[in-house]
Design a binder for this molecule. Structure first.
Ligand SMILES: [Zn+2]
Length: 276
């Protein structure tokens, strides 16, 4: 990617009627550069809509990503749940590939009280099968497990980086607010943000910094991690220093804002970034 774009987690709130055509008009009016298509309750876009979404997003030069369903656990006990999880991830990638998307993200699984190494190996072996199918079908999107917001969910920064190292098509989706919540308040200073970019650059190479996919929102958290998303203005999340780090490391890619007032906060992030 040759730029850093800011977008919303789903169709902007003010969009009416709530269709993609209108959503993309709204994004253009607000001067935002992208959107994440939310398949969180299932991958449910029909082929005609995919064609339309692809055409209009290309015309307007919007970067699109997709978020996979919440019902995914590559570490499930039941084999049928693992199969269904792989299918949901692949269906998200297939849809994104068809609507001209750049990247997909999903929450990969739960530890279920098992030790971290066992869970890593299980998720790695399922991911290998997903990538094999994605390559067979020539799906041209980044496949990104997301850094998660709770200690019960697989996916701290090191685990996501480790998995990304093993597959060409896999890169992290760094949800900065999740990292902050998961660690009960860390990952909130310039130096901590810089250390994330340094680690990703060192471990995965510069292309990972030039093809970034991030989530940012205000967030409420406790000892167990994420509680709910907030507006940036009512949370303690230090987005200003995060934008500085994005700037100083010359990050390219897409930042998706998941605040409840997503287009407002996406614009706030963009304005903060552009004023640096
Ligand atoms: Zn997510």
């Amino acid at each position: 990617m040759d730029k850093l774009v800011f977008g919303t987690a789903g169709i902007p709130i003010i969009t009416s009627p709530r269709d993609y055509q209108t959503a993309f008009d709204v994004l253009e009016e607000l001067n935002l550069g992208g959107m994440e298509v939310e398949f969180v309750r299932g991958v449910n876009m029909n082929p005609q809509t995919m064609t339309l979404v692809k055409r209009i997003s290309k015309e307007k030069n919007l970067v699109l990503t997709a978020h996979g369903p919440y019902f995914i656990n590559l570490n499930a006990e039941e084999p049928e749940k693992i199969e269904a999880s792989k299918k949901r991830i692949l269906d998200t990638a297939r849809a994104a590939n068809n609507f001209g998307g750049y990247s997909i993200t999903f929450h990969a699984g739960f530890y279920l009280k098992q030790d971290k190494e066992t869970v890593y190996r299980q998720i790695h072996s399922q991911m290998a099968k997903i990538i094999e199918t994605a390559e067979k079908e020539s799906l041209d999107v980044w496949i990104r497990p997301e850094t998660t917001g709770k200690g019960t969910q697989w996916g701290d920064l090191d685990e996501i980086i480790r998995l990304s190292k093993e597959f060409d098509k896999v890169l992290p989706c760094v949800d900065f607010s999740h990292l902050h919540a998961r660690s009960a308040g860390q990952f909130n200073t310039y130096d901590e943000f810089a250390s994330i970019f340094e680690k990703i650059g060192n471990e995965l190479g510069d292309y990972a910094l030039k093809n970034f996919h991030a989530h940012i929102a205000g967030i409420e958290y406790g000892q167990k991690g994420e509680k709910r998303h907030l507006m940036l203005g009512e949370s303690d999340f230090n987005y200003k220093d995060l934008m500085k780090a994005f700037k100083n490391f010359d990050i390219k890619g897409v930042i998706i804002c998941e605040s409840p007032n997503m287009e407002e906060d996406a614009m706030l992030l963009q304005k903060t970034f552009l004023n640096l």
